[in-house]
Each structure stands twice: as structure tokens, then as C-alpha cells.
Design a protein around this ligand. Structure first.
Ligand code: GLU
Length: 515
């Protein structure tokens, strides 16, 4: 049985890269009828951010990547918060000490610092606490048993370090990268238990992956360099190593690594439209905070689709870009994840968003439009009307909320008229022409686009004018704007009564706005 885990540390907002890790784990589990486990790695008390776990759980819920097991759903392998498992880690650290695979180190932070600066002065620019240095430090390898006992009795703070063997090659096969070889020369004696009694990530991670029976570790490339330490731990405990897959980095369009910039609540409170403009304007450096994209109104499935493509493709010669989440569940394989980094492209995300939007059924779109109208305290409209509006607006809408922002006039009379539009399109004779048009259509029995168009053209022809001389003012009068769907279809959908009311009012008001 495949068991994978998403093991975030609650150190702040949810990063795009974290969601990708969660998604790939989730998809892998689904594809193999396995289990997707959520484990909260909260042992680093210094980096702990209040509310971060709640935020994480909320984002996972939003994304629909619901864990089969985790803090909310015990599958018999809990607890799923590492902070509640410290005893297990201490017990295993002790086991390593007993078997001579780990040791106690009493060096103070000042002593460590002195060692580092001394090394640097001597030309060693990346000093490590390793097989050479450990011999010069204050630890249970260099001290007598009695001295160690004395320090323990005095309750001198200490850490537990991994005893990394000297000059050994450690190899493993990464599902994405193939064979990876490290030499223990490059590995320091990793702290396993800190002086506060909490484990470091490395020990807790290995112990949990073992006891939670994780079969595949799928995580970001930044963890690749930790693998030799983990492999040593597995070896020392005599445990089987899970399969591993390290996902490629995600880059900004300018080639830099995605930062960890934290956006403020004030930004998040902005209207989705403004957020989208902001996202587009920072084209070179992408904001990695997922919350921003949620607030900006991107479709859930579009975000998942786009994020899936940040490192994965369906196969050579397969040009498909648009996938529903259930399609991804069927198609995703780790073998098709690239080694090289992926570049975030906001324009592509926008395109994918639109592609998802047009794939949503009319009925669902209608329901979502109803919610939008409710949010704006607009009285309900009949279903058939909403469906007609959706059909007209669909080609112009890239985000669901634009059915409201770009279609205001379908739901309320214009409160204002576009200033530039008036300047450009409204001539001295426009009011007259509008009233003539008003008269003509008032006699129409069947208020269809075709009939409306015929009447409008009759008027402009009589005056020997181009049809645009009336089309533009009518649009402005009825919608308040200069852009929108085909005018005659729009008038038909709005209906005779509404159109006439608006024409009359505009003919009165717009001339006074012109000066
Ligand atoms: N807690 C680590 C993180 O925040 C997990 C790394 C792993 O999956 O091993 O990304």
C-alpha cells in the first residue's frame, strides 16, 4: 500500500511550492489507491508562527486535497503533530547514543562560534562540526565519562549529534533524479536533539516516516542535501529506506528563486480585481503566497492544474495543458516530473483560469453568479435571464467575479456613464437620435435582436449617417460603458421595458454631463 505524506512546518503562509508538494503527494496517492497523510512538523519552536497550522489546514480544505490521515482524522499512526511525539524521538536518540551512533555535545554557542571563526581564519570557509572538528570540541567523545556525568548532573545544556562516519560514499536512487551520490566528508555531525529537548527536523522526519510506514517521500529539492543524514539514520536504526522523489525548484520569470515575501493583510483585503492587476504587474518576481491567488479569485481547479504543470507534463508529444483534478489523479506519474527547475508564468495561469471557467457547466456558473449577486445585495433574477447573460458575457470573462464587474448593467441601471465614452461617442444630435430610436422600438411587438437592429439602421439611414452614430450612444445610454457583447443581443436580453427606461433617462442626463 502506497503511503505518502505532506509534512509542512507551520512557519508562515502557504507557499506555492508547498501546495505543489501537497498536490503531487495527493495525486500519487490517488493514482495508486494509497493514503495521503498530513503531518505537522512543528518542532522548531523558534520558527513557529501562530495561526500557521490553521492556515495550512484551511488552504488544504480549500484545495480539496483532503488527507486520508492527519490531525483531523486519526488513521492509527498519530499523533500527527510532531510536538506531541517528542518522547518517541528522545527514545530513538537514546538508542543511537547507546549503540555509539550519536553522542552528547556540551559546546556553548560561543564555543561553536569561536571554532567557526578560527576555522575561517585558517582558510576553511565552510566549517563543519565533523570528524576532524569533533575531536577538538567538548563532547562525550573527547570528555571522560566522569566529566560527562558531572555536566549532566549540573544540568549543563547539551545537544545530541549524529556520529557521521568518515569518508564514505552514500548512494541512493531518486525517482526523479536517478542515482545520487554523496560523500560523508560533506556531511556534518547533525544535531538530532537540540538543547531545548526538541528534535531537529532530520531525526523527527526519519522516525516518523518509519513509524507512519511512509513508502514514498515526495518533497522539494531543497531537502536533497539532507538525504545523506537521513540515510545514515535509516542505516543506524536498521530500517528500510522509503522511495524518494525530489521535486524541481520553482523560479521567478527573471530566473531568480521564488522569494518568501510575506504579503500584508492590507493587500489581501483589496478587491480581487485589484489583486489581479497587482499580480500581473509584478511579472518578474512572482509572489509565492498562495492566499494571494485564492483572494484574487482564481479557480481552484485552475490553480491545481497550473501548479501540476510546474514540473510535470503528461508525456512527450502530448500537448494537453488543461486537466481537471480527477484527470490529474488518473494521469500523474513521478516519472514524468522534470529534473530541471520550473518557471512560474502568470500569463499561463491566467489562460488556464479562463479555460477552466469556460468548462464549468452553465448551471454551475449560474449558481455562482447568483451568489455573486447576493453578495452585492442584488435582488434575484430568473434563471433563464441569468443563463442568457452568461452566454453573452462568457467570451469576455476571465474570472468568475467578472460576470458581476463586467456585467453590472444586466443587474442594475447605470449609475454613471463612462466619461471618455461620452466625450468620444456622444454628439450634439445623439439625444435626438436616441429619442427617435426610443419611439421606434416602443412600437415593436417582438423585441428581438433582429428587429431592434432593423429599426436602428432605418433611423441612421434616414439621416444618412453610419450605424455607429447610433450604436455607440445607445450602448452608452443603456450600459453606461463603451464595451460589451453585441449590442442588439444585449438589448434583447435586457428587455424592452428596461431598454426604454434607460434610453429616456440617458437622453435627459448625458447632454448635461458633456460640458
Ligand atoms: N517540514 C519540512 C518542510 O517544511 C518537510 C520536508 C520533508 O517533506 O521531508 O518542508
Amino acid at each position: 500500500m502506497v503511503r505518502v505524506r505532506f509534512a509542512p512546518s507551520p512557519t508562515g503562509f502557504v507557499h506555492i511550492g508547498s501546495l505543489r508538494t501537497a498536490l503531487y503527494n495527493y495525486l500519487y496517492a490517488k493514482r495508486h489507491n494509497g493514503q495521503f497523510i498530513l503531518r505537522i512538523e512543528d518542532t522548531d519552536r523558534n520558527r513557529f508562527v501562530k495561526g500557521a497550522t490553521e492556515n495550512l489546514v484551511r488552504v488544504l480544505e480549500w484545495s480539496g486535497l483532503i488527507p486520508d490521515e492527519g490531525p483531523m482524522k486519526d488513521g492509527g499512526f498519530g499523533p500527527y503533530y510532531q510536538s506531541q511525539r517528542t518522547e518517541l524521538y528522545l527514545k530513538h536518540a537514546q538508542e543511537l547514543i547507546n549503540t555509539g551512533k550519536a553522542y552528547l555535545a556540551f559546546d556553548t554557542p560561543e564555543e561553536i562560534e569561536m571554532m567557526r571563526s578560527g576555522q575561517k581564519k585558517a582558510g576553511n570557509y565552510s566549517p563543519m562540526y565533523n570528524f576532524v572538528i569533533r575531536r577538538q570540541m567538548r563532547n562525550s567523545l573527547t570528555m571522560s565519562e566522569q566529566d560527562v556525568q558531572d555536566e549532566l548532573e549540573k544540568q549543563t545544556p547539551y545537544v545530541v549529534r549524529l556520529l557521521v562516519p568518515e569518508n564514505q560514499d552514500i548512494e541512493f536512487d531518486d525517482i526523479i533524479r536517478g542515482r545520487v551520490v554523496f560523500n560523508t566528508k560533506e556531511v556534518d555531525d547533525q544535531i538530532l536533539i537540540k538543547s531545548d529537548g526538541f528534535p531537529t527536523y532530520h531525526l523527527a522526519n526519519v522516525v516518523d516516516d518509519h513509524f507512519m510506514q511512509i513508502t514514498h517521500v515526495i518533497r522539494g529539492e531543497e531537502w536533497l542535501s539532507s538525504v545523506p543524514k537521513h540515510l545514515l539514520l535509516y542505516r543506524f536504526f536498521g530500517w528500510q529506506v522509503p522511495h524518494m522523489a525530489h521535486l524541481p525548484l520553482i523560479f521567478n520569470p527573471d530566473g531568480s528563486k521564488m522569494s518568501k515575501r510575506q504579503i500584508t493583510d492590507a493587500v489581501l483585503r483589496k478587491e480581487s480585481d485589484d489583486l489581479r492587476k497587482e499580480i500581473l504587474s509584478s511579472e518578474k518576481k512572482i509572489d509565492p503566497n498562495l492566499e494571494l491567488y485564492i483572494q484574487a479569485g482564481y479557480e481552484r481547479e485552475a490553480i491545481l492544474n497550473y501548479i501540476a504543470l510546474l514540473g510535470w507534463n503528461p508525456g512527450e508529444g502530448d500537448e494537453r495543458q488543461i486537466f481537471s483534478t480527477s484527470e490529474l489523479e488518473q494521469e500523474f506519474t513521478l516519472e514524468r516530473v522534470n529534473k530541471s527547475g520550473a518557471t512560474f508564468d502568470i500569463k499561463k495561469l491566467n489562460w488556464i483560469n479562463r479555460e477552466h471557467l469556460v468548462r464549468i457547466s452553465l448551471a454551475e456558473t449560474r449558481e455562482r453568479l447568483k451568489t455573486l449577486l447576493e453578495d452585492h445585495q442584488i435582488d434575484p433574477f430568473p434563471d433563464h435571464y441569468l443563463l442568457q447573460v452568461i452566454e453573452l458575457l462568457q467570451p469576455r470573462v476571465n474570472f468568475i467575479d467578472e460576470y458581476w464587474s463586467k456585467g453590472l448593467y444586466f443587474f442594475q441601471d447605470p449609475v454613471e456613464y463612462d466619461r471618455d465614452g461620452i466625450k468620444k461617442r456622444w454628439k450634439d444630435r445623439s439625444a435626438h437620435l436616441i429619442l427617435e430610436f426610443f419611439d421606434k422600438i416602443s412600437k415593436l411587438e417582438s423585441f428581438t435582436a433582429e428587429n431592434i437592429e432593423t429599426r436602428l439602421r432605418q433611423i441612421t439611414e434616414q439621416h444618412e449617417l453610419g450605424a455607429g452614430q447610433l450604436i455607440h450612444p445607445v450602448r452608452l445610454a443603456v450600459s453606461g460603458t463603451t464595451a460589451g457583447p453585441g449590442l442588439f443581443e444585449m438589448l434583447q436580453v435586457l428587455g424592452k421595458e428596461t431598454v426604454m427606461r434607460r434610453l429616456k433617462r440617458a437622453a435627459e442626463i448625458i447632454p448635461s454631463l458633456k460640458s
